[in-house]
Design a protein around this ligand. Sequence first.
Ligand code: NAD
Ligand code: MG
Length: 409
Amino acid sequence: MQQTSVQKVTILGATGSIGKSTIDVISRHPDKYKVFALTAHSNIDLVVAQAQVCQPEYVVISDETYYAKAKQAFLEAGLKCELLVGLDNLALVASHADVDTVMAAIVGAAGLLSTLAAVKSGKKVLLANKEALVMSGDLFIQAANDHQATLLPVDSEHNAIFQCLPSDFRYGDLPHSGVSKILLTGSGGPFLTKPLSELPQVTPEQACAHPNWDMGRKISVDSATMMNKGLEFIEARYLFGLAVEDIEIVLHPQSIIHSMVQYTDGSVIAQMGNPDMRTPIAHALAYPERIASGVKPLDFSQLSNFSFAKPDFERYPNLKLAIEASRHGQHATTTLNAANEVSVAAFLNGHIGFTQIAEINQECLNTLCSESPTNIEQVLEVDRLARQLASALVAKSKLNSSVNNRVLS
Ligand code: NAD
Ligand code: MG
């Protein structure tokens, strides 16, 4: 299929790591893509600079308290585009009739409703926001089918799997394509070899210093705990219709292979490239064509070491929790995702230690249980209850540590 007209793109989460890389790729192809709308939560300076370059029709600031600041900055910059504020307007620019493609790159559950709005408007949705799919799973895929939305995975592993599967792959039917297994790779993050006894003391800065990828802070912590691989395990199940047994997680610290598909005849097809999100972004934007992304080609003469291992659940308890939650279903995955957002934020704010992230997540999973949600309102209620419990557990932990500090001093 040759795309002739210019695609209009809304970038949800434009000021984040994925958003910035998306603008970088789009700006290399003004003949093919035009930014229609940019959204940011609070980083006004950056979104104003981006709007000056991209000249979108709309900019949405989702945190309404920044309205006055944004309005002033728009006036000073002489921007002509329309400035909108508030969460409802995220959905408006995601579903606008003039939009062809939506990059869903808001972090966390905050991206759910706008991503769903894009899906329900039958857009081409480039899915980076894995948490939306983890929370709403079957409902999300059903909405994409009902509204003929095109879902293209941007998460590098899922994009790799998509590239390694045959084009006639049928959702959930591995035998039809002769596929025996999906090999989901992960680097193991910055604490792959750190003594386990030192993990309780690691700092947010150490956790965010990923050896291969440059990402937002939440996903960086998730990579250090391997919750990211757990969320990706769940994401892969929904995206490709996989059973738990269809996926094997393989540690590959160099992050050059982004995932693999194993076939029944013994063949393994891998997708490789330098760890730079502009490759999957460019792939999803241009699919089924190929466009330049600005990523340096792999230099095999420099790749001296390719290693693989099995993940160790003692080091990565969050990975085990996510696989267990995935076996339990939608209620458990939504609970785990919400608990994890709260515990990771608490770790980043210095309120709990690194290993407490998994402890709080585990307690939320053990305590909360109900029927699986059958509509988005129920999903949001499960999410709310898990956040409430996780926040209470964080508060209890803060109280305990301040009592301990007083006893010690
Ligand atoms: P980031 O923290 O760098 O950026 C997040 C973006 O979301 C920002 O634009 C911010 O303004 C916006 N945002 C934050 N809170 C919001 C709220 N409450 N309401 C509306 N908007 C809000 O994150 P990132 O690293 O770019 O990741 C974005 C998503 O892509 C995540 O779901 C992540 O898991 C996924 N992803 C990221 C990478 C990567 O390399 N960074 C790779 C694969 C998948
Ligand atoms: Mg990934």
